[in-house]
Write a protein that binds this ligand. Structure first.
Ligand code: 6PG
Length: 252
């Protein structure tokens, strides 16, 4: 299934589209399976989306008592570090919506190593999804992803060993070339591509080259890892603003 690409006017318009998509995905999952399992993107782009989702008119569309929030990746920094993705999610979304305790799962970055944090998060997923150690990858109802200028997504960086992992759901990764220069913990491609729905949120002129390569070029997985996000039985949506879309040649 080819990806759906929506070009939004600007970052605020993108956030409004993304918040609506998230609310719809959560509602559909709860109707179908009684709960919504969502993996959130980190970085700066999603901040506006999470704030939009937390607005009264939007947050009432989600049954937070049946919604469970995870992270697609995390920086290996203390939980209260300014560069922590979970700290950003707590500030922009969890606190404003008063998410019920036990419904948001941070990566345990207080552990001694990134590898230990990755293993612990994999165990968290195994338990939350009720899959045995030998079960298939956890199947999220929706995974939100960003796109780095180098074409990375989550913390799957160009040329990294994590790109070829097929037997683990969460791995530790050395710092990429983009800031912050810290070790990362990331979901792997088997988990991303098992999702029922994936939505990329891409904003800014600085993403235009990578976005064109991924959507219209033929890069390898090693060059532009985001090109490898191809849900096996799910939808793929790109929400991009006009600034990021300047490199796209095909009309959409
Ligand atoms: C992270 C993210 C990462 C991010 C991209 C885009 O931990 O940094 O998960 O994959 O989505 O780097 O980041 P911006 O939205 O800040 O441009």
């Amino acid at each position: 299934m080819s990806p759906a690409v929506t070009i939004c006017k600007d970052g605020d318009d993108l956030a409004a589209h993304a918040a609506d998509l998230i609310a719809q995905a959560a509602q559909a999952a709860i109707r179908a399976r009684g709960r919504a399992m969502l993996a959130l993107a980190g970085g700066s782009t999603p901040k506006k989306t999470y704030s939009a989702l937390a607005q009264p008119a939007c947050r009432i569309r989600i049954d937070w008592a049946r919604t469970f929030l995870f992270l697609g990746d995390e920086r290996f920094v203390p939980p209260d570090d300014p560069s922590s993705n979970f700290a950003m999610v707590r500030q922009t979304l969890l606190a404003p919506v008063s998410a019920p305790a036990g419904h948001a799962f941070p990566v345990p970055t207080q552990l001694r190593t990134a590898a230990a944090a990755a293993a612990a998060y994999a165990a968290t997923l195994t338990e939350a999804f009720g899959i045995g150690d030998r079960g298939g990858p956890p199947r999220f109802d929706l995974i939100l992803l960003g796109l780095g200028e180098d074409g990375h997504t989550a913390s799957l960086f160009p040329g990294a060993a994590s790109l070829s992992v097929t037997d683990r759901w969460v791995v530790a990764s050395p710092p990429g070339t983009l800031p912050p220069p810290v070790e990362r913990i990331t979901l792997t491609f088997p988990v991303l591509n098992a999702a029922r729905a994936i939505a990329f949120l891409v904003s800014g002129q600085n993403k235009a080259e990578a976005l064109r390569d991924v959507l219209e070029g033929q890069p390898s997985r090693e060059q532009r890892p985001a090109v490898w996000v191809r849900p096996e039985d799910g939808t793929l949506t790109w929400l991009v603003d006009e600034a990021a879309a300047t490199g796209l040649t095909r009309s959409r």
